[in-house]
Write a protein that binds this ligand. Structure first.
Ligand code: SF4
Ligand code: SF4
Length: 132
């Protein structure tokens, strides 16, 4: 896969985060309140600022945390579609550079990640229900 760093995938991001993503970024001194929002289903997602991911550096046109970015950002442009399953997002301008082999490998990683994130959201919701 060839990424041109165009930043399209960092616009109005809804990228979901696992606990491991959050903890890794906290270790780099990022406060979770700075970059995490929780949606109504309890999923942790990246926050935006001025319609761009909070980690996107507008001046340099780069992700500020590229080496440590969330797993979902690494797997992108491979995404999960309710209708089609694992697909390559057609918003990515270099989508055609993904090989079938990469699609299969990244798709497997994505399904594992989504399962983990789903379990973590359920656990979070259960905890909130307990503490009221
Ligand atoms: S949209 Fe595609 S080419 Fe552009 S930064 Fe994201 S992954 Fe890279
Ligand atoms: S973490 Fe980086 S790659 Fe992921 S959406 Fe934000 S700026 Fe883009």
């Amino acid at each position: 896969m060839h990424c041109s760093h165009c930043g399209v995938c960092c616009e109005k991001t809804e990228m979901m985060l696992s606990n491991a993503d959050i903890e890794r970024l906290e270790k780099l001194s990022h406060d979770r309140q700075e970059f995490v929002r929780y949606d109504r289903h309890g999923f942790a997602r990246l926050k935006n600022r001025h319609e761009l991911c909070v980690f996107y550096d507008v001046e340099k046109c780069r992700c500020q945390i590229y080496r440590h970015r969330p797993l979902g950002c690494r797997i992108y442009p491979v995404i999960y579609s309710e209708q089609e399953g694992i697909v390559v997002d057609d918003l990515c301008p270099t989508q055609t550079t993904i090989s079938k082999r990469e699609l299969k490998r990244e798709g497997k990683k994505l399904m594992e990640l989504l399962k983990r994130i789903d379990n973590e959201a359920r656990a979070r919701e259960a905890l909130y229900a307990c503490i009221g």
